[in-house]
Design a protein around this ligand. Structure first.
Ligand code: ZN
Length: 155
């Protein structure tokens, strides 16, 4: 990766890590889940509000963790808000592939290339397996919240 690009990516992660978006709980949430990544000490709670049409009307998180986990959670909330539950699942699958280096197959046509580009900043973690868990924690926790489970662990 070019140095300039890497710097830009780091800036985005630092910005989200310092001032996370949607860092709050949701009154009247339809689901929430706790997620933890014991390897790093990251702990999050993800809240969401899904409407009758399966659209994620609102999504938020609180918690503490390393810059990667917080930045990833912050970006996750921005990306899945307004999407359907199914679209969020598809996006997570793709993001997971991007983080683990298994992204050779073409992306699902329903995915917005702009969304994928935003997630690219986090895929530097693929060189560090421990960091992959930090980057995907918020997404695992979102899934647990959607499925009505209260606990999610990256283990
Ligand atoms: Zn972490």
């Amino acid at each position: 990766m070019m140095d300039e690009l890497r710097e830009l990516y780091q800036e985005v992660i630092l910005d989200h890590g310092k001032s996370p978006r949607n860092f709050r709980d949701i009154e009247g949430a339809t689901g929430h889940a706790h997620g933890k990544n014991p390897l790093c000490g990251d702990q999050l709670v993800v809240y969401l509000k899904v409407d009758d049409g399966d659209v994620i009307e609102d999504v938020s998180f609180v918690g503490k963790g390393c810059a990667i986990s917080v930045a990833s959670a912050s970006m996750m909330t921005e990306l899945v808000k307004g999407k359907t539950v199914e679209q969020a699942h598809i996006l997570f699958d793709r993001f997971h592939d991007m983080c683990t280096g298994d992204d050779a197959a073409p992306a699902d046509a329903s995915l917005d290339p702009e969304d994928l580009e935003k997630l690219t900043v986090l895929t530097g973690v693929r060189a560090f397996p421990v960091r992959v868990k930090c980057a995907t924690l918020a997404w695992h926790t979102l899934n647990a919240a959607i499925e009505g489970k209260e606990e999610s662990s990256s283990e």
